[in-house]
Ligand binder design. Structure first.
Ligand SMILES: C[S@@+](CC[C@H](N)C(=O)[O-])C[C@H]1O[C@@H](n2cnc3c(N)ncnc32)[C@H](O)[C@@H]1O
Length: 208
């Protein structure tokens, strides 16, 4: 009898390239243990990598696409990671959100969503994160941003142009505009890390 077919999860070359530089920031930032919520898990490559290298952290992946949840499930099964929960369907724009009795998270991580989703997801991400973040927790966003006073790399300008052609509601976000949405949610930018390929990792904490 042929062996059962094992479904190969989708693969993102970009996620594969950036998962280690991100991990190198996360390791000293997160410490030994805690609970993390991932928004927009996509292929699950990030959560699988971080869970393997931060074994004291428990990870809850989520995405708003069922196909992404299937990918994450397949990847977790493939990697046999005990510290990753089954992925949940979570659309940051949905008023339903997470169950109200969900314990707060020590970290909420969202990579590469804000520019590939309508601008309204920024306010929703910040508001939802502020609700579900523990008092001393951090929201971590990663991706390309536009910044006042910092020349934008040509690659990012081209990427922005491509995104807007694909969907006029998409595009690279101004860091200052993201900060304004965070402030409305009671969060402030605590740290900024410049990572390869003109990406930033931004750390947000409660204002008070
Ligand atoms: C470019 S992928 C990034 C995936 C992964 N975080 C990474 O960096 O490789 C963007 C992801 O955002 C998710 N997404 C888009 N809109 C969303 C929303 N409203 N709520 C939650 N996830 C969303 C998509 O389903 C997709 O998985």
């Amino acid at each position: 009898m042929p062996p059962p077919t094992v479904r190969e999860p989708a693969f993102s070359p970009a996620a594969e390239r950036n998962k280690q530089p991100i991990l190198e920031v996360l390791l000293p930032l997160l410490g030994a243990r805690g609970t993390a919520l991932e928004i927009a898990s996509g292929t699950g490559q990030h959560v699988a990598w971080f869970a393997r290298h931060l074994p004291g952290w428990s990870w809850q992946p989520t995405d708003n696409h069922v196909a992404a949840l299937d990918n994450v499930s397949a990847r977790i099964a493939q990697s046999a990671l005990p510290n990753v929960k089954a992925p949940l369907l979570l659309d940051v724009l949905s008023p339903a959100g997470l169950p109200i009795d969900t314990p707060p998270f020590d970290a909420i991580y969202c990579a590469n969503m804000l520019h590939i989703a309508p601008w309204a997801t920024c306010a929703a991400l910040m508001q939802g994160s502020a609700r579900h973040l523990s008092p001393r927790g951090m929201v971590i966003t990663y991706g390309p941003y536009l910044e006042d006073g910092v020349p934008t790399a040509q690659g990012n300008l081209d990427f922005d142009h491509d995104l807007r052609l694909r969907n006029p509601d998409w595009g690279l976000r101004q860091r200052a505009a993201v900060e304004a949405e965070a402030a409305r949610a009671g969060l402030r930018l605590q740290q900024r890390f410049a990572l390869p390929a003109n990406n930033l990792l931004l750390v947000w904490t409660h204002t008070v």
